[in-house]
Design a protein around this ligand. Structure first.
Ligand code: GAP
Length: 458
């Protein structure tokens, strides 16, 4: 079964108080400001597919870069790959997905809609008007529905050409295990990581991007000796929880939750989720899984290629165990948007909306705002210099207060104002998003000043 079967909207009062944002508010801000909007919007959208606009792509790219830096570049024992989305179809037989990657589904013969059986209360169709009696609901028996998206390769349409869009990114890590270990001269324990698209034909995509049919995962498979797998499981769980805190997400919005034995995916011996408190309740954003030797053993069996390793010192031959960390980039982006949103009342009685992103994640790092259009030339010069180093926007439309508000709403940490004194004193005013404090900074040292402040805490 796919993850988090009970996407319950139920939320206690205390939790709602901690996280009072209404999803509709966030969804409209995302569309209006170009973070995320429905894919194929002019055709009415397509359920479970979303497009990232100019700010959304920057935010998600920053998240991916942060993950890659932490998980690959800063470690000697993890290497990265980027594999094809379509694998040899036998891959999915070996992985157990052809047989076991399904959700129970029921159809309503009256409204013709399809639902996950585990999300239906009693025998009533969720779309049926409240006054309709249960006996008038015409639901089919529950059937297993495979979540993999199929496609055909080549010209002839027969069974041999059926391929699947990967439902998780990690299988190419397992099938490429020997090649990567040898070419990167790695020894167990070590890990292989990748970020990429995954596809699932979710029966009920919902909660904005939370449950999509196309999404991105960042996965790391860590291969270790069987005697060390519990230790590595704990290690990675701690590392991954810390990662989410380092994204600037408040601790009160994060928790870990172990899976009960009847919740475990077909490949997992143990699992613990990192959950985030969304407006629709606590939900998984990352899974840490003990996959045992399931994957390497199955690929050995199905491919006929030996994937065991030998300990050079002891000469012991063993199939490594796998500890997996699997985080959704779209779900984490959604968590970042939820966590960042706040409304503040200003002294003049106005309200400002602020997206309080960690500076390392903010889509725009600094906005250059000339006080008057007459000052556009030198202000553009500053932008030209700074944009070599980070994403910088330029805005000369409207009064300065309104321009600050626009930047607050998309989470820009710094606004740089070029005014009528700047030519003379060689300084600009730098205004910080959260405190709204302003300071004069020499144009000569502006890049270093901003770089240092952007890197604080990352
Ligand atoms: N390789 C293991 C695996 O795929 P999973 O718990 O099914 O495990 C891992 O998925 C992560 O991928 C989830 O924690 C979630 O962040 C993300 N994910 C899974 N299904 C998703 C969907 N339909 N939409 C968006 N993200 C999804």
């Amino acid at each position: 079964m796919s993850d988090d079967a009970s996407e319950s909207p139920a939320q206690g009062d205390a939790e709602r108080e901690r996280n009072p944002l209404a999803m509709e508010t966030l969804v409209s801000l995302c569309a209006a400001r170009g973070f995320i909007y429905p894919s194929s919007e002019i055709y009415g959208g397509i359920a479970g597919f979303w497009d990232y606009g100019p700010l959304g792509v920057e935010l998600k790219n920053n998240l991916k870069a942060f993950w890659w830096r932490r998980m690959v570049r800063e470690r000697d024992d993890v290497v990265g790959i980027d594999s094809a989305i379509i694998s040899h179809p036998r891959t999915w037989e070996a992985s157990g997905h052809v047989e076991g990657f399904s959700d129970p589904m029921v159809d309503c013969r009256t409204c013709k809609r399809r639902f996950r059986a585990d999300q239906i209360e009693g025998e009533r169709c969720p779309e049926a008007p409240k006054k309709r009696a249960v006996t008038d609901c015409d639901l089919t028996e529950s059937r297993e529905f495979n979540l993999m998206l199929r496609t055909e390769l080549g010209a002839s349409v027969d069974e041999s050409t059926t391929a699947y869009l990967r439902p998780e990114t990690c299988q190419a890590i397992f099938s490429g295990f020997k090649r990567v270990r040898e070419s990167a001269r790695q020894k167990v324990p070590f890990g292989i990581a990748q970020i990429g698209k995954a596809f699932r034909n979710e029966i009920t995509p919902r909660n904005f991007t939370f449950r999509s049919r196309e999404f991105e995962q960042a996965e790391m498979e860590f291969f270790c000796h069987p005697s060390e797998s519990e230790e590595w499981f704990q290690h990675w769980l701690e590392v991954r929880l810390q990662f989410h805190k380092d994204l600037g997400i408040d601790e009160s919005l994060l928790r870990t939750r172990p899976h009960a034995s009847d919740e475990l995916a077909h490949y997992a011996r143990a699992a613990e989720d990192v959950e985030f408190l969304f407006p629709f309740g606590w939900q998984e954003i990352e899974g840490v899984h003990d996959r045992g030797d399931w994957d390497l053993s199955r690929h050995t069996e199905y491919s006929g290629k030996e994937l065991a390793v030998t300990n050079e010192q002891t000469k012991e031959r063993f199939t490594p165990m796998v500890i997996e960390t699997s985080v959704g980039m779209d779900r984490t982006t959604l968590a970042l948007l939820v966590a960042a949103y706040r409304e503040e009342e200003l002294d003049n009685g106005e309200t400002r909306v602020v997206m309080g992103f960690h500076p390392a994640l903010a889509p725009i790092k600094a906005a250059i705002l000339p006080l008057s259009k007459k000052l556009s030339e030198p202000a553009r010069e500053i932008q030209k210099e700074l944009r070599k180093h980070f994403n910088v926007s330029y805005d000369e439309a409207g009064n300065i207060g309104r321009r600050y508000r626009r930047q607050d709403e998309v989470g820009t940490p710094f606004c740089v104002t070029y005014d009528f004194d700047s030519a003379e004193d060689g300084c600009v005013t730098v205004r910080e998003r959260d405190s709204m404090n302003q300071e004069r900074v020499a144009i000569d040292g502006l890049r270093t000043h901003l770089t240092e402040r952007l890197e604080e805490g990352s």
